[in-house]
Design a protein around this ligand. Structure first.
Ligand code: ZN
Length: 184
């Protein structure tokens, strides 16, 4: 196989078993490879095209513990401020803060839905950055929420698994009508 043409990835959708598997840990040496850099480039491109604020490698069919967080104002969440992109490798939540907050979440693997998820307002986390450095820090608010959402993906979980019940679940069109327009 030619090394000059990286495999073209695309979003996989809920129902694909890759989204329900535990992703594999990544070695520090892998971060130096062209394969890793190509993967990150594709993940960024796919996430931005889909107007997402985070993406995990299993979402494009790659079962590795790699994710990207990138917050920026989006059509549906204009209140978001620019932050990132932050590449996280082998991320873990070390401890969940006791204060819980409910907020709306969506997912690139099933973009037609939105639901309210209660998560810790603050989390103490650990991950390797793209330089291979081990980082431990506390993340708050929406940034911490995106970290939790993406790290869940690497453990075979999606946000609906975290919902208390399904009653807040909405189709995207209804969400735009009832939540975005009301707040806008
Ligand atoms: Zn997701």
């Amino acid at each position: 196989m030619s090394s000059s043409t990286p495999p073209a990835h695309a979003l996989v959708r809920l129902g694909n078993p890759v989204l329900r598997k535990q992703a594999k840990r990544v070695s520090r040496a892998y971060l130096k490879t062209k394969e890793f850099k190509d993967l990150i480039r594709q993940m960024l491109k796919i996430m931005r095209k889909a107007d997402g604020v985070g993406i995990a490698a299993p979402q494009i069919g790659v079962p590795l513990q790699i994710a990207i967080l990138e917050m920026r104002p989006t059509e549906l969440r204009p209140e978001f401020t620019q932050r990132g992109p932050l590449i996280i490798v082998n991320p873990r939540v070390l401890s969940y803060g006791k204060v819980l907050m409910k907020d709306w979440e969506g997912c690139l693997s099933f973009i037609q839905l939105r639901g309210q998820v209660e998560r810790s307002q603050s989390v103490n986390v650990e991950y390797m950055n793209e330089e291979g450095e081990l980082i431990e820090e506390t993340l708050n608010g929406l940034w911490g929420r995106i970290f939790q959402h993406e790290t869940d993906h690497l453990n075979g979980m999606v946000y609906v698994d975290r919902m208390e019940g399904m009653k807040s679940l909405m189709l995207l069109e209804e969400y735009k009508e009832r939540v975005v327009r009301k707040n806008g």
